[in-house]
Design a protein around this ligand. Structure first.
Ligand SMILES: NC(=O)c1ccc[n+]([C@@H]2O[C@H](COP(=O)([O-])OP(=O)(O)OC[C@H]3O[C@@H](n4cnc5c(N)ncnc54)[C@H](O)[C@@H]3O)[C@@H](O)[C@H]2O)c1
Length: 270
């Protein structure tokens, strides 16, 4: 049968491959025949081609990881991320977005025409439209140092540093789509609903599980990491070859219910 997913022999880079959705995606990609270069701060167990240790909140660490990656890449998957709480707000935005952007910007020149980028945002970032001006101002600062200084000077971010980090991914993805299209590169992200992973274990040390359940999809359960990994891996295939600049809610209808007024709009999604 024709290899419709087309990962055989492709060089892919994936962050957050040690655990959860990133680990599930790395395993799928290895099974599909990709040459997987895995980046994480923790040990990676999936049988990938190469593991590169990286701390996504540390510019020098990302730059060193970039040096260790292939000169040509087909697909970049950005999966690394942490919850706030319990992670501090500045670290959360640095890891979830500023590091992601630094790595992505560094690797874009190496992505072949026909290649793509797929990142993990979150349902928690779905209110990006109502915060577009502020997110835009932050993105316009560019750079690692300027972003960090702005975050340190924005104590009000404490209330929703995680949601902000994910709004940034969604807006960054949409902003880059047009420019990358000229080089034949696609960029998308997914917005998962609550998923059972180390992330969720960390989050529920601070947030009661009943509060998380308010965001469960209408099927009434949280997702397994592989259910998110499949959607992400699909976005990187040639089957999604005309899809770019899109944030795909992977939530079994949660956002649809909110937008149709069938349940409370707790996040302010528009
Ligand atoms: N679990 C959820 O409910 C949920 C929902 C929506 C979005 N997300 C997002 O999904 C992505 C994957 O999370 P997950 O649920 O699989 O959690 P996870 O904790 O299982 O995986 C996160 C991975 O990121 C890595 N990581 C953390 N800090 C890092 C750093 N400083 N440098 C490099 N790597 C680092 C971890 O080692 C781990 O391998 C994250 O971006 C998260 O924000 C999670």
């Amino acid at each position: 049968m024709k290899d419709v997913l087309g990962y055989a022999g492709k060089k892919v880079v994936i962050t957050g491959a040690a655990s959860g959705m990133g680990a599930a995606a790395a395993e799928l990609l290895v099974e599909l025949g990709a040459e997987v270069h895995a980046l994480d701060i923790a040990d990676v167990k999936a049988p990938v081609h190469r593991v590169v240790k990286v701390d996504m909140k540390d510019k020098a660490s990302i730059d060193a990881a970039v040096q260790a990656l292939p000169a040509e890449i087909d697909v970049l998957f950005n999966c690394a991320g942490v919850p706030h709480p319990p992670f501090p707000p500045v670290d959360t935005v640095m890891i979830n977005f500023v590091g992601l952007r630094h790595l992505t910007d560094a690797l874009i020149p190496r992505i072949r025409s026909g290649g793509s980028i797929a990142s993990i945002a979150s349902t928690a970032g779905m209110a990006w439209k109502s915060n577009l001006e502020r997110v835009g101002q932050f993105l316009d600062l560019g750079g690692f140092e300027a972003a960090e200084a702005w975050l340190v000077d924005s104590p009000d971010l404490k209330a929703d540093a995680y949601g902000f980090s994910k709004q940034c991914i969604i807006v960054y993805t949409q902003r880059l789509a047009g420019e990358l299209a000229k080089r034949g590169i696609r960029i998308n992200c997914i917005s998962p609903s609550p998923t059972e992973s180390a992330f969720m274990t960390q989050l529920t040390t601070e947030i009661p599980e009943d509060a998380i359940k308010l965001f469960h999809p209408p099927i009434g359960r949280s997702a397994e990491p592989v259910e998110m990994a499949r959607a992400l891996v699909l976005l990187g295939t040639d089957l999604a070859g005309f899809i770019s600049g899109v944030n795909v809610p992977v939530d079994y209808g949660y956002c649809a219910e909110v937008l149709m007024g069938r349940r409370d709009n707790l996040l302010g999604i528009t």
